[in-house]
Design a protein around this ligand. Structure first.
Ligand code: UFG
Length: 331
């Protein structure tokens, strides 16, 4: 709770009961901030909530409620993790994605304007780039999202510049590549239902909860024929947000940063890592390409390193898989 001692340290975390949001809350607490979590638990989990942190079950599109919350806790900044984020699902349900990711964010920005909160850290995505024209991808790469999910994030990035010009709301947009892994010391990790992400799906295979993995395409123009992604440990992602928050509150200008490692790993390399770490066989079968998947998505992450001094520390593939495995084994 915000009190005299915590004055000026309150951060509203939208989606703080989700995978990335819960790791962010842990980092904020460790760094002496006072997170307040707002989550409607649509895809978040009560058991990922941080003990002792204020939690409001509700929807960030509820403008009046958000205004009251921002004022009550004297919030300095908002971190916005509350989105629908599956590329494939967004192709099926574009209206749901635009409602959750665009319409509700408009209400949020209006609430921030009304409450006089002028700092936002926004969760964007590598999906804004679409099929990359060149790799590694810099922030200057053109935006041609190939899914409604990517489009919703690109729309909000643009809106943020316009809202800054009109209302002075400053922001940092972080374009995540593939968030992965679990907290090394706390009981939080990645869980979706149904699970579609590569690493947690492989964990389910290792645990015997599914018979085998599917590799979506072995005929991509990559060295081993499987898709290449830039996996970034979720705690490194959280540390990038922390640096962005501190910079923004210290007066740094609004900015957009890729958050990735610059290192690509293929699906087959990830499977090898899971075999190495677990000591289990992890069978897989080749499957058709998944619509909308680019062959290679690897970040040029120099900008955030130069501007904010961010360096990934837990993002080598085996560390990502080890931390994920430790969490999934707990059940
Ligand atoms: N894959 C498989 N088999 C599976 C699951 C995934 O082969 O069972 C492959 C995918 O084709 C892809 C890679 O593993 O090449 C990673 O797939 P994920 O589903 O784990 O992640 P995505 O790359 O599709 O998407 C993630 C986030 C998005 C974000 C994107 C940005 O879910 O929100 O990274 O890079 F936009």
């Amino acid at each position: 709770m915000t009190n005299g001692r915590n004055e000026g340290r309150a951060v509203l975390v939208l989606g703080g009961a989700g995978y990335i949001g819960s790791h962010m809350v842990a980092s904020l607490v460790d760094a002496g901030w006072v997170p307040v979590v707002l989550d409607n638990l649509a895809t978040g989990h009560r058991d990922l909530l941080h003990p002792g942190v204020a939690f409001v079950e509700g929807d960030f599109g509820d403008r009046r409620m958000v205004v009251a919350l921002l004022k009550k806790h004297r919030v300095q900044a908002v971190m916005h993790f509350a989105a629908s984020s599956l590329v494939g699902e967004s192709v099926q349900y574009p209206l749901v994605y635009y409602r959750n990711n665009v319409s509700k964010t408009i209400e949020l920005l209006d609430a921030m304007r009304e409450a006089g909160v002028r700092n936002l850290i926004f969760s964007s995505t590598a999906a804004v780039y679409g099929q990359p024209e060149s790799v590694p991808i810099t922030e200057a790469h053109s935006l041609h999202p190939t899914s409604p999910y990517g489009s919703t994030k690109a729309v909000i990035e643009r809106l943020l510049t316009e809202v800054e010009a009109a209302h002075g709301l400053r922001h940092m947009s972080l374009r995540y590549f593939n968030a992965a892994g679990a907290h090394p010391d706390r009981p939080i990790g990645e869980r979706h239902d149904p699970e579609t992400h590569l690493i947690p799906s492989l964990m389910q295979v290792a645990l015997g909860q599914r018979p085998g993995a599917e590799v979506f395409g072995l005929d991509w123009p990559t060295p081993d024929g499987s898709c290449v992604r830039d996996y970034v440990h979720v705690c490194d992602l959280a540390s990038a947000h922390l640096l962005a928050l501190e910079a923004l509150l210290a007066g740094a200008p609004s900015a957009i940063y890729n958050v990735g490692t610059g290192v690509g790993c293929s699906v087959l390399e990830v499977i090898d890592s899971v075999r190495r770490v677990t000591g289990l066989p992890v069978p897989f079968v080749p499957a058709a390409r998944r619509p909308g998947d680019p062959a290679v998505l690897v970040a040029d992450a120099d900008r955030i390193g130069r501007a904010l001094g961010w360096r990934p520390e837990l993002s080598d593939l085996d560390t990502i898989v080890e931390t994920a495995w430790a969490w999934h084994r707990r059940g």
